[in-house]
Design a protein around this ligand. Structure first.
Ligand code: QUE
Length: 354
């Protein structure tokens, strides 16, 4: 086919470079071609005086981007081609890093589902606009992975212990909660996005424009539970967090119900992934984004040589039986020292970012 669509479109409109994610059959899941095309375009626009601002958006209301194309990576790894799968992450993480230090204003318009890799291309942007239909999550522990794409950097810097909660459970939150946690810088109702993009293309100054289009978000529905989250997830080990959750689950009312549900969610996830996510939150504050991405590339390399990633993608995305058989099968069987070694031992080909 000539000009076969690659799931992402680029255009320059007035002074704005506009990137539109458009792979609806996969809810805009990012594949390797999309990552490479975005990188090449952003590199070109950085030196193009006709482009003064970059806008990243989705063509579809339902999803901004549900993550990396983990199904494709699963297929490659299962076929003995894990080296090729690694190349996806070796290109994706530097793209996340480039967006964090892009030399021009970068505005991500995020409505609908924004998971994992979708956060990687929007969550490090200078301006992060949330629509009312946002559904944010870092759900990787459910598929035997871990909250990567800079999750090691961003999540432990969120208020209180909310990042540890998001990382260990993969919980999905809506716009008002995501705004309250500071994951996004502005809330602009989606019906105003076309006018916002037109004004950006007309060359209007970015910050006054965003201030003009922004609306105060409603109070966060999870607000009453933030103190519970901070108390429970402040534990110093996975075992301590689980003990605190199990205790809180005995309380009456919404707090007890919430704690019981979090404990159940964590126990359904890959035990190894939960330990990795917890360790990420303990380590992330000591590193800049580049250092965090280096650690994540180490971890993803090691998980590609293991079991749970393949089993998780099988259970959630391939067979969809939602019944993964993790190895090891319980949180107590995971050795935190072995997890620490996975972080600490460099690779012969570590990903180094400058
Ligand atoms: C956790 C994840 C992902 C996920 C589900 C999880 C993820 C991802 C997808 C996904 C969903 C639909 C698709 C697709 C991929 O699901 O990263 O290609 O069509 O990309 O529980 O991390």
């Amino acid at each position: 086919m000539i000009n076969e669509p690659i799931g992402i479109r680029f255009e320059v409109s007035g002074t704005a470079g506009i990137i539109t994610l458009d792979r609806p059959k996969a809810l805009n899941a990012l594949d390797h071609k999309m990552v490479c095309a975005m990188r090449a375009t952003l590199d070109a626009w950085a030196d193009d005086s006709a482009v003064s601002v970059v806008v990243l958006r989705s063509a579809h209301e339902r999803a901004f981007c549900v993550g990396g194309d983990v199904r494709a990576m699963h297929d490659l790894g299962r076929a003995g081609r894990a080296e090729e799968a690694r190349r996806f992450w070796r290109d994706e993480y530097p793209l996340n890093h480039l967006i964090s230090r892009y030399p021009k204003p970068f505005v991500a318009l995020v409505g609908g589902l924004c998971f994992g890799g979708g956060f990687g291309i929007s969550g490090h942007a200078r301006y992060r606009v949330a629509g009312e239909g946002l559904g944010f999550a870092m759900p990787e522990v459910a598929i035997g992975l871990f909250p990567d794409v800079g999750g090691t950097y961003v999540l432990p810097r969120l208020p209180g212990w909310s990042g540890t909660w998001l990382a260990m459970t993969g919980a999905r939150i809506g716009m008002a909660d995501a705004m309250a946690l500071g994951l996004y810088t502005h809330h602009v109702p989606a019906e105003r996005w076309p006018d916002l993009v037109a004004a950006l293309a007309a060359g209007d100054a970015v910050e006054p424009l965003l201030a003009r289009f922004s609306v105060v978000p409603p109070p966060p529905p999870l607000g009453p539970l933030f103190p519970t989250i901070d108390r429970v997830f402040a534990g110093g080990s996975v075992a301590a967090v689980m003990a605190a959750l199990d205790h809180a689950a005995t309380l009456e009312g919404v707090e007890g119900e919430f704690a019981a549900k979090q404990a159940e969610t964590i126990r359904r996830a890959s035990p190894t992934s939960v330990h990795i996510a917890f360790a990420q939150m303990q380590r992330g504050l000591a590193h800049d984004l580049a250092g965090c991405l280096t650690l994540e590339f180490r971890m993803v390399t090691r998980l590609l040589a293991g079991h749970d990633f393949y089993e998780g993608v099988r259970a959630v995305l391939v067979d969809k039986d939602q019944a993964p058989r993790w190895q090891p099968a319980t949180l107590d069987e995971v050795d935190p020292a072995a997890v620490a070694a996975m972080f600490d031992e460099p690779l012969p080909d570590d990903l180094l970012l400058t």
